[in-house]
Ligand binder design. Structure first.
Ligand code: NAD
Length: 290
């Protein structure tokens, strides 16, 4: 396929590279990032999109996505698919899909889980929203970039699934970290704490696969000085998206709201910006000592 790829940062770069490696013709555009191996450079976003069968975007947020969409939809080929893999607000995803469809294209929102290691290894999970016809066109590409793609429903359904998943992730990571900090104060050995909880009803991905306590459980960013991994500021971005979505449909999400507050103060006031989101554990320990 002929693919336009816009946004070649930490995630988009390796994703575009994997598509090129499988023999697709990939024309890339980014304001700053270098072209990955096998990807040809376009001078503008419009040049990358013109004539492509599928245009993929992997951008920082909804405002940038809307701006790029405004630039590329007018030059995209009728019948082509606009595949946005960024994590953005549901309203932006739906607005971009509506604009693309009004101009004669198809659209899919397909945010990802799996981080930069998943992007490099081609093992991402995609959660997709859009029509069956559009999903069928992009499915072979999702299968190259990832190990699983779930078609969640119509436009915006992929973003809704991503936001709900990450709201659970933020809350369980905080619960796991505060429990470790409490266990420390109660004199419980961390390895014993992990052994019990990881096989009891308190288990979760945060505890079992991404344990925030160094030296305990499988290797995780905690074993690497809390270098991300998944940065606390990205967790905060996703939690804020969950709260924006909750407000827009009048959903009651008190745990999500509290997780958002805690990550906001961690990132904006407590030095957590460039740390992994599991560095909530040392944050609870510091507070415990003061
Ligand atoms: P990044 O900042 O590394 O990459 C974004 C790229 O977009 C940058 O290279 C930037 O130059 C480019 N860009 C910005 N504005 C542009 C424009 N107008 N035209 C062309 N290029 C433009 O971010 P990332 O980590 O690759 O994340 C991309 C998206 O994936 C985000 O929405 C993020 O929330 C989501 N995501 C990230 C991770 C992760 O672990 N990094 C995991 C899941 C989802």
């Amino acid at each position: 396929m002929k693919i336009g790829f816009i946004g070649l940062g930490n995630m988009g770069g390796p994703m575009a590279h994997n598509l090129a490696k499988e023999g697709h013709e990939v024309l890339g555009f980014d304001l700053a990032a270098p072209m990955p191996e096998g990807v040809h450079k376009a001078a503008t976003a419009g040049d990358a999109a013109r004539g492509a069968d599928v245009v993929i975007t992997m951008l920082p947020n909804g405002a940038i996505l809307r701006a790029v969409a405004g630039e590329i939809i007018p030059v995209m080929r009728k019948g082509a698919v606009f595949l946005d893999c960024s994590t953005v607000d549901v309203a932006s995803a739906r607005a971009v899909a509506a604009d693309a469809e009004a101009a004669g294209m198809m659209a899919i929102d397909a945010p990802v889980s799996g981080g930069i290691t998943g992007a490099a290894a081609g093992t991402l999970t995609f959660m997709a929203g859009g029509s069956d016809a559009a999903f069928a066109v992009v499915k072979p590409l999702l299968d190259i970039m990832g190990q699983k793609a779930v078609h969640c429903g119509g436009a915006g359904a992929g973003q809704a699934a991503k936001i709900c998943n990450n709201m659970i992730l933020g809350a369980t990571m905080i619960a796991t970290c505060e429990a470790f900090a409490l266990a420390d104060k109660l004199g419980l050995d961390r390895a014993k704490m992990f052994d019990v909880v990881s096989t009891s009803s308190g288990y979760s991905w945060s505890m079992n696969a991404y344990c925030p306590a160094p030296g305990v459980g499988p290797k995780s960013p905690a074993d690497n000085g809390y270098k991300p991994g998944f940065a606390a500021e990205l967790m905060l971005k996703d939690l804020r998206l969950s709260q924006e979505a909750a407000r827009s449909v009048d959903a009651d999400t008190p745990m999500g709201a509290r997780a958002t507050e805690l990550y906001a103060s961690f990132v904006e006031e407590e030095g957590g910006r460039s740390q992994d989101f599991s560095a909530m554990l040392p944050r609870f320990e510091r507070r415990g000592r003061s």
